[in-house]
Design a protein around this ligand. Structure first.
Ligand SMILES: Cc1cc2nc3c(=O)[nH]c(=O)nc-3n(C[C@H](O)[C@H](O)[C@H](O)COP(=O)(O)O)c2cc1C
Length: 221
């Protein structure tokens, strides 16, 4: 089976957020889709190991912040490569409260849902939410998953339903200059630094554009 075919499915990039005993938390997700229009319902697929899963189960509500092409890509890393179990993610990312739920201020739109059903798979819970509030926050094109991979050059961690072992994907995606030149890979989010020339060193003050880790987090490959 060629798992790269799954990359042909289209998605957006979202932050799924909820309250954790009064504190806002959430995770990055690509797996959000509209299921019905009347009443409007949305489904999200959240890994059992994600702290967000436990918090949505307890709260019975979640919000979907739709990230735009001009949203800070660091939001994806903050919410997608660390856990709310031991991090206050909204301390680093500005929050708004909409429909009584926390949303990302730098998103282009939000949707607030009440959980009305759920389905357990071996690794993920699919939460079905009835939409109780939704609005546009700013004019921007919603970021697609393809844009995240091709323009932001971001990767997906193991808990994402679309995860593919990065080595296999990189091997197929790599251009000839990437294969022959030096490559620096962020050990936290997998972002690959590509200088203007194949043998360019990573600048001293470099910070990962996706997860904000410093130069020391990069490994030469
Ligand atoms: C681009 C991207 C897409 C992701 N999509 C999903 C997803 O659809 N479902 C999911 O459970 N995790 C997804 N993840 C992984 C979670 O965001 C990640 O495991 C996060 O650290 C969980 O945080 P938490 O423990 O605070 O919930 C994605 C991550 C990234 C970077």
């Amino acid at each position: 089976m060629n798992k790269n075919v799954f990359r042909q499915l289209s998605y957006g990039v979202y932050v799924i957020s909820t309250w954790d005993k009064g504190r806002a938390t959430g995770c990055t997700a690509n797996s959000a889709m509209q299921i019905t229009s009347e009443p409007a319902t949305i489904a999200v697929s959240i890994n059992h190991d994600n702290y967000t899963n436990q918090c949505i189960q307890e709260m019975g509500k979640f919000a979907v912040s739709i990230l735009g092409e001009h949203s800070d890509p660091g939001i994806i890393g903050t919410f997608g490569f660390q856990s709310g179990r031991d991090n206050d993610k909204f301390e680093k990312v500005e929050q708004l409260v909409k429909g009584y739920m926390p949303v990302v201020a730098d998103a282009c739109a939000y949707i607030v849902c009440e959980v009305i059903d759920k389905m357990e798979t071996s690794t993920h819970t699919v939460f079905l939410g009835k939409v109780v509030d939704a609005d546009v926050l700013k004019q921007d094109d919603a970021m697609t998953y393809a844009y995240y991979h091709n323009v932001v050059k971001g990767k997906s961690p193991k808990n994402a339903p679309t995860y593919i072992a990065e080595d296999a994907v990189l091997a197929e995606d790599a251009t000839d200059s990437e294969k022959s030149g030096k490559r620096y890979v962020c050990s936290v989010c997998g972002y690959v630094y590509e200088g203007d020339t194949p043998f360019e060193e990573l600048p001293e003050d470099y910070a990962c554009p996706v997860c904000r880790q410093p130069k020391s987090a990069f490994k030469e490959k």
